[in-house]
Design a protein. Structure first.
Length: 178
């Protein structure tokens, strides 16, 4: 379940093990930030969360995410049955600041893994692992406002400027310190 609190309303969206909902959301957020991967950057992205039998379609647009305003726009359509879509049962639209949203998402992810653990997440979700890579990239961004530190290596390969020590430290760093 995904619960979002906007300035005007509380929104709840459901997903089931039929989709890798958390990974889809995190990768969408990463793809909207040109710092994260300039080659795969997009201004808008879509993904779907399947239920049994419902469907939630996410449409996210980014506008100048380096600005301080509401630069991330969401439209979320929820359908009772994904096989007979027709008109959505509900449509929600809201906007927020990218950096603030990332921080909030990372805070929520920390509560999730503190409560269930990484292995426990897999046991509960069944079909998908906790998206550690996307989580670490977003957490690094939430703290430093920069992409995870990669540099070009030899022969066009990527070389990380981090280590297991850095990644473990990042995993255990309290986000509230920043």
């Amino acid at each position: 379940m995904c619960e979002l609190q906007t300035a005007n309303e509380s929104l709840t969206f459901r997903a089931s093990y039929l989709s890798d909902a958390l990974n889809d959301l995190l990768n969408a957020l990463l793809s909207l930030n040109s710092d994260m991967n300039p080659e795969y950057y997009v201004d808008e992205t879509n993904f779907s969360w399947y239920q049994e039998p419902g469907l939630t379609e996410w449409h996210i647009k980014a506008f100048d995410i380096k600005s301080n305003g509401e630069n991330l726009h969401f439209k979320v359509n929820q359908y009772v049955d994904d096989t007979e879509k027709g008109a959505p049962e509900t449509t929600s639209a809201f906007a927020c600041n990218y950096d603030e949203f990332i921080y909030s998402v990372v805070e929520s992810l920390e509560r999730l893994i503190q409560k269930f653990g990484i292995v426990g997440y897999r046991a509960i979700w069944v079909e998908a692992d906790f998206p550690v890579v996307a989580y670490l990239k977003l957490k690094h961004y939430a703290i430093h406002k920069t992409a995870f530190p990669f540099v070009n290596g030899e022969n066009g390969t990527l070389k990380t400027m981090t280590s297991m020590d850095y990644e473990m430290k990042l995993l255990t760093t309290d986000l509230k310190e920043y």
